[in-house]
Design a protein around this ligand. Structure first.
Ligand SMILES: N[C@@H](CCC(=O)N[C@@H](CS)C(=O)NCC(=O)O)C(=O)O
Length: 223
């Protein structure tokens, strides 16, 4: 299998965690932001990573979007399931995954790039890094007002997930798409002191899930 990705994308981290959890061997191809469109648009009709290429006769040529990658992996290999048996819990897991993808993953992106351009500039003050950060801010419309809205959405998410600190999984009695998606899409917050200090339990969960999935810890949590 080949995963087309941006090495720093939290949505690509989500796909890597699922592949790692299922212990499916894969390789990655890191695309160059900007040039990625030339490769992806004809292949998937979309411009986003992650994209999974099974590279096997009889399998699809390419699967775009992390949610579709989860669904594909579950049918490709039912061992170490990402889905839950209880239909009610599974419905909740699907809802959480979709909400995390569409709302919270975006909020994380806004807060993260705002931090990297301001207080967190010293993480990489190089011209090239700041140029990329500014392009991303312009591309997604990251302004002080949209960042404030994103911060509110993240506070709401922390309330929704607060029960997680007292139990191993968000839902049910085993790891699911909900835990993996939360661990990946909230991981960029590990570099921001406010979130580290206010929600230490979240980063313990993120580290545990990375260890279970055999994925290197995200920046801020790695040694
Ligand atoms: N819902 C998509 C979101 C993926 C996404 O937003 N990927 C970003 C990188 S974090 C991307 O590829 N952006 C480039 C573009 O939109 O052209 C998924 O879950 O795969």
């Amino acid at each position: 299998m080949l995963l087309l990705q941006f090495s720093t994308s939290h949505y690509c981290r989500k796909a890597r965690l699922a592949l790692g959890y299922k212990k499916i061997p894969y390789q990655v191809e890191n695309l160059t932001p900007g040039l990625h469109i030339v490769k992806l648009k004809p292949l998937t009709g979309l411009t986003t990573v992650p994209v999974l290429q099974p590279q096997k006769t009889g399998e699809p040529e390419a699967i775009a979007d992390s949610t579709r990658i989860f669904n594909y992996l579950e049918t490709y290999q039912s061992d170490r399931p990402l889905m839950l048996c209880d239909p009610n819990q599974q419905n909740q897991a699907l809802l959480l995954e979709d909400w995390l993808d569409e709302s919270i993953g975006t909020a994380t992106r806004f807060v993260y790039y705002h931090y990297r351009a301001g207080e967190g500039k010293s993480i990489d003050p190089s011209l090239s890094s700041q140029l990329v950060i500014n392009i991303v801010r312009r591309q997604y419309g990251i302004t002080p007002t949209t960042v404030e809205l994103a911060q509110k959405r993240l506070e709401n998410a922390m309330n929704v997930f607060s029960h997680w600190k007292n139990q191993p999984y968000l839902l049910g009695d085993r790891l699911s798409i909900a835990d993996i998606t939360a661990a990946a899409l909230l991981s960029p917050l590990a570099l921001i002191p406010y979130y580290r200090q206010t929600y230490p339990w979240l980063f313990e969960k993120i580290a545990t899930i990375h260890n279970i999935c055999g994925e290197a810890l995200p920046p801020g949590l790695s040694a």
